[in-house]
Design a protein around this ligand. Structure first.
Ligand code: SAH
Length: 244
């Protein structure tokens, strides 16, 4: 019996290839069989962030476990442009939003940084990574950006790869024209967004003195940090990324 073809997209942390079987964990089995009511023979799309998207069939289903078998590749692996997002974690729900939107907007890597005015002392990296996975499942992507552990902004700048330019979203430039200028020989970029309290004077002068930093305005209004993330990614994708 041929089962139904569904629109479900599921991320799997396992290799994918023709006839490759993947055992499901409890959460995945619960989602597919109890929540989405799939049964043996039903089909869905799976991806692992490496091997593109695959059509897969349910070959075993029970309450706590199950198995999928990959049938054929439906799209090749693609990566978003080389843009990282550095942001200062804020309140929990807004930090979740930032990670979700960054994944949807095509950030290659998400790096939480602790700044002078950052309120958060720690982050739940696994939770944030799960949000990035969910966003990729929802938006039809095959790529999942990695969420790095929280690091100090000062450490990130000290160890910075000099071939990557930083688009420093500088609230003191509010009202200036929002322009982003391509840098000679640089295709790798990172966006830097501050916390609700903005950047400290010491951070501002340090950042402005670095030649791999480009201070940028995000228009005539001060945006909240979560809004600023989406606005900055839009400006970057439109000017230098894959919206061109
Ligand atoms: N409390 C600060 C604003 C912080 S907004 C103040 O009143 O000045 C949070 C972050 O969003 C900022 O650190 C900056 O990175 C970004 N941001 C918000 N609006 C911006 C704008 N108009 N131009 C550039 N960056 C902006």
């Amino acid at each position: 019996m041929v089962g139904k073809q569904t629109k479900i997209r599921l991320y799997l942390n396992a290799p994918l290839g023709v006839a490759q079987c993947v055992e499901l964990n409890r959460d995945q089995a619960n989602y597919l069989f109890s929540v989405m009511r799939l049964s043996i023979g039903d089909r869905l799309t799976v991806f692992n962030g490496i091997d593109g998207a695959w059509l897969a069939e349910v070959t075993n289903a029970s309450k706590r476990t199950g198995q999928l078998t990959a049938l054929s590749q439906t799209s090749p692996q693609t990566e978003p442009p080389d843009i990282w997002l550095l942001f200062a974690p804020i309140k929990k729900a807004r930090t979740d939003f930032i990670v979700e939107k960054a994944a949807e907007m095509g950030a290659r890597q998400i790096l939480p940084v602790q700044t002078d005015f950052t309120n958060a002392e720690r982050i739940r990296q696994d939770r944030l990574q799960a949000h990035a996975v969910e966003a990729a499942e929802q938006c039809g992507g095959v790529f999942v950006p990695k969420v790095s552990p929280l690091q100090k902004l000062g450490d990130a700048l000290r160890n910075w790869p000099k071939d990557r330019q930083i688009m420093f979203c500088d609230e003191s430039l509010v009202g200036a024209r929002a322009t982003l200028t391509a840098q000679a020989n640089k295709t790798k970029w990172a966006i830097l967004i501050g916390p609700e309290g903005g950047f400290s004077p010491a951070e501002q002068s340090r950042l402005r003195a670095l030649d791999f930093v480009s201070p940028v305005s995000l228009g005539p209004r001060i945006l909240r940090a979560d809004t600023a993330v989406v606005a900055a990614l839009t400006l970057w994708q439109l000017t230098l990324g894959d919206w061109q």
